[in-house]
Design a binder for this molecule. Structure first.
Ligand SMILES: Nc1ncnc2c1ncn2[C@@H]1O[C@H](COP(=O)(O)OP(=O)(O)OP(=O)(O)O)[C@@H](O)[C@H]1O
Length: 470
């Protein structure tokens, strides 16, 4: 979308004289911008309460005030203003927290190409405003802001989960459909990063365009450049024909760069250029191709640590961050385990055209709840599918649920139950296994029949108590 730049009202608070001059030089001379520079915090806040600039540039390095508090103060004074932070502070954790507070962009001040970055940032802030028709300061979740339930419900059709940690994810996802902002997904393997990336595309105003996914770690380094950016015939040995890269393939749609943390530093700089300039040239070509692609990235790594270690370019990190969404591991989503299990069982029954849907016994449910799932949702899916194949009468019992041997004991111990609770679990397991034949179970566990009956009675009482509490 072309953004009309005439008379864009900019407020800039900057205490450093050198940078004040720089802002005046880079932005003040541009007739499209109406610039007001402040160096005093109080005057700045006072004016913000009276006027509404479209874009607010601020540093975060002020004495006696914490960066988050400062952004909150600006937002409280001018809820409609789009905040862009310009600072020399490069601490990734601070930057992520500021994005979560709702800033639109973060620009490191001491870069050589600052002028185009400032300009792009202003355009981006304005396009957000036009596209979303909401303040960019509400781009990120805030409990007190009414949430768009319809968008949330659409996301919930493919991303199963109701737990409180997922609610935070949905709060952020709600803010993605009507703009072009980059989304960066973090989370352990199997937590659903690709599912979420696809859902973002599906719910966005680009859903009619292509969704192209590239797994960076699956492509050998020497092929990745041409895979992403394409090449002309004869550009290098082996380039027997022209190849359109994934960026071009995704034009008009969404490009999902999975495992972005695995990209080499060399390619990172090329990617940065493409992301910043929104155009590329294929290897061996002079032609410039304009890009209109939304980028979603994912990684299982802690990227801010990778930045600190020098493995990931800090400028690219900031460029790609956009809306950062952390997908929680399944062990922190206990409330979702059964819901997702039932979802997979339904899918399984449908895919296999079963006349009667597979069901889960209470014992099986309890067993599913007892595990830690190092492989997250992918592992749960595999466990459920295996159980659905192994079970008799389309009813999954405890014995049908099989966890990898090595994790089994550890995961049992990690539950830190009482001895009585462990005993109940063992009795329940064998009752399930021996089709409720108390005699067989007593023999197997080498205890008297009456002891088993006593346990069963105790278990029933515990269950009744639990039920009456609900
Ligand atoms: N919330 C969810 N609801 C239903 N199914 C899900 C959900 N999240 C993930 N899945 C399923 O779990 C499996 C793993 O998901 P996905 O590939 O998106 O994970 P990932 O985080 O991208 O993994 P990796 O980091 O290994 O690439 C897929 O089969 C997917 O369909």
């Amino acid at each position: 979308m072309h953004i009309e730049e005439k008379d864009t009202k900019l407020f800039i608070i900057e205490q450093d004289e050198y940078y004040q001059k720089m802002f005046r030089h880079y932005l003040g001379d541009n007739p499209a911008y109406q610039l007001t520079l402040f160096h005093d915090r109080q005057t700045f806040i006072h004016r913000l309460k009276q006027e509404t600039p479209e874009v607010i540039f601020t540093d975060i390095h002020f004495t006696n005030i914490d960066p988050i508090q400062w952004i909150q103060e600006i937002k409280a004074s001018c809820p409609m203003g789009n905040i862009i932070v310009t600072s020399t502070i490069k601490e990734p954790n601070i930057i992520i927290s500021l994005f979560k507070e709702g800033i639109v962009d973060y620009i490191i001040k001491d870069q050589h190409n600052l002028q185009p970055l400032l300009h792009q940032s202003i355009c981006r802030a304005k396009s957000l405003r036009l596209n979303t028709r909401e303040t960019t300061s509400t781009i990120f979740q805030k409990e007190h802001i009414p949430l768009d339930a319809r968008i949330r419900e659409r996301f919930k059709k493919t991303i199963i989960g109701d737990s409180s940690s997922m609610e935070k994810v949905f709060n952020l996802l709600e803010k993605t459909p009507n703009n072009n902002i980059t989304v960066s997904l973090f989370g352990e393997t199997g937590t659903g990063k690709e599912v979420v990336a696809h859902a973002i595309h599906q719910q966005s105003n680009r859903s009619k365009g292509p969704f192209v996914a590239v797994n960076i770690s699956a492509i050998p380094e020497q092929l990745l450049e041409s895979e992403l950016f394409g090449h002309e015939k004869g550009a290098f040995t082996g380039a027997i024909s022209r190849r359109v890269g994934k960026f071009e393939e995704a034009n008009g749609g969404t490009l999902f760069l999975d495992e972005i943390g695995e990209m080499s530093i060399h390619l990172q700089s090329k990617l940065l250029r493409v992301v910043q300039e929104k155009e590329l040239t294929r290897i061996g070509s002079n032609e410039t191709i304009r890009l209109d692609v939304r980028i979603i990235t994912a990684t299982h790594r802690n990227l801010s640590q990778e930045v600190k270690k020098g493995n990931f370019r800090e400028d690219l990190f900031y460029r790609l961050m956009g809306i950062p969404i952390e997908l929680p591991p399944l062990r922190k989503r206990e409330d979702d385990i059964l819901k997702i299990s039932h979802f997979f069982i339904k899918e399984f029954s449908k895919e296999n055209r079963l006349e009667k849907d597979v069901s889960l016994s209470k014992g099986a449910e309890r067993k599913l709840m007892s595990y830690q799932y190092p492989g997250n949702i992918r592992e749960l899916k595999a466990i459920i599918e295996l159980a659905a194949v192994m079970c008799n009468d389309n009813n999954i019992r405890e014995k049908d649920i099989q966890f990898p041997q090595t994790e089994d004991m550890e995961s049992l111990i990690l539950q830190e139950k009482t001895l009585k609770e462990y005993t109940f679990q063992i009795v329940e397991y064998f009752m399930d296994k021996y089709n409720n034949n108390v005699l067989d179970v007593a023999k197997r566990l080498n205890i008297g029949k009456s002891t088993i009956y006593r346990y069963l009675k105790d278990m029933e009482e515990v269950e009744d108590k639990e039920m009456s509490r609900l």
